[in-house]
Design a protein around this ligand. Structure first.
Ligand code: 2P0
Length: 325
């Protein structure tokens, strides 16, 4: 019996990963840049044994469906090839999310699983190799191997596509991210399906590709200079552009709900009142607001007033993957 356990934190992209160049290897169309956060994480234990006849996947004490287990099994198959073993595995995973608001993240989940497998099978992968492995499970997971600001270099093949931490001179420790959790009744378009549909059909997708490198360069410069305003402005417009591409897909779709718009408007009002803060959104209606720590309380208060205390969660910069003994 071989076992390993790891914890990985979720990350939020300031420059978004949106579209795959290669679906099987999960090579992205563009570089992305994220901030790893401390508020949401996954702990995963994996046990490989000759006595198991199938892979089993438990999430928060519940045995998962065949479909969910299949995704995990496909990832475990990659690991089994690397370790040259046929052993089946039991995967026991816990998501640590303050409320059940659809924030369970494939980024922290697949990163933790990759780390646990590395440990269990003694693969001795370094962080770069671990990032490449996590990428095969879910693209954004390759960024959760590292803490702080992280760039995923798109690369051109399996070897060259991985994330790395970018130097920031501790800038991330001055920042906070306020999560505004918005429940809506809409049926989700998964990020995987959403990005595929956008790449294949959106007339705005080329515009995304044409401008994302400039956004990335400006963001990296702003991080180096610790310019909060520029970081926020670039993040906000990059996120809006990503969401713009979905409106021109066929069939068109959006992740925004009326409450998402309400939260965006509140961010603009906060700025107008002299509190610099900026929003971004991912493949769902939640709004994430980047603010300097010195202004986090004012931003939290505004959203608690507009929504409710349970819908507002404060996060700070988090660390990379850790092995749990
Ligand atoms: C991101 N998202 O950069 C972007 C922004 C969603 C919107 O990475 O298909 O779950 O497993 O590679 O990593 C979510 O996509 O997709 C994501 P797969 P993943 O954070």
């Amino acid at each position: 019996m071989l076992s390993g356990k790891a914890r990985a934190y979720t990350n939020i992209a300031l420059i978004k990963y949106w579209g795959k160049e290669n679906e099987e290897l999960i090579l992205p169309m563009n570089n992305s840049l994220s901030l790893t956060l401390d508020a949401f994480y996954t702990e995963t234990e994996v046990i490989f044994s000759d006595s198991f006849t199938d892979d089993l996947f438990y999430l928060d004490h519940e045995l998962q469906t065949e479909a969910a287990t299949k995704k995990i099994s496909r990832f475990l198959d990659l690991v089994r090839i690397q370790a040259n073993t046929n052993k089946r595995a039991k995967v026991i995973s816990h998501n640590f999310v303050p409320t059940a608001a659809g924030l369970a993240s494939s980024a922290s989940g697949l990163a933790a699983l990759a780390g646990a497998c590395n440990e269990a099978l003694g693969l001795e992968l370094d962080k770069q190799a671990l990032s490449r492995l996590a990428r095969r499970g879910s693209g954004s997971a390759c960024r959760s191997i590292f803490g702080g600001f992280v760039e995923w270099e798109k690369g051109h093949d399996d070897q060259t596509s991985y994330a790395q931490q970018i130097p920031s001179n501790g800038f991330e420790d001055e920042l906070a991210m306020v999560f505004v959790l918005i429940n809506d009744q809409q049926k989700d378009v998964s990020s995987r399906d959403g990005m595929r549909r956008t790449v294949e059909t959106s007339h705005f997708y080329q515009g995304w590709l044409d401008s994302v490198e400039t956004d990335l360069m400006e963001l990296k410069q702003a991080i180096a200079e610790k310019s909060f305003q520029t970081v926020g402005e670039v993040m906000e417009r990059n996120g809006l552009k990503m969401h713009g591409t979905t409106l021109a897909a066929n069939p068109p779709f959006t992740y925004w709900s009326p409450d998402s718009l309400k939260a965006m408007q509140a961010v603009r009002e906060l700025r107008a009142s002299g509190i610099p803060c900026y929003f971004t959104m991912d493949a769902g209606p939640n709004v994430k607001v980047l603010v300097e720590k010195k202004n986090q309380t004012a931003v939290q208060a505004k959203f608690i007033e507009l929504f409710s205390r349970q819908q507002v969660i404060l996060a700070h910069a988090g660390q990379g993957i850790t092995i749990i003994e």
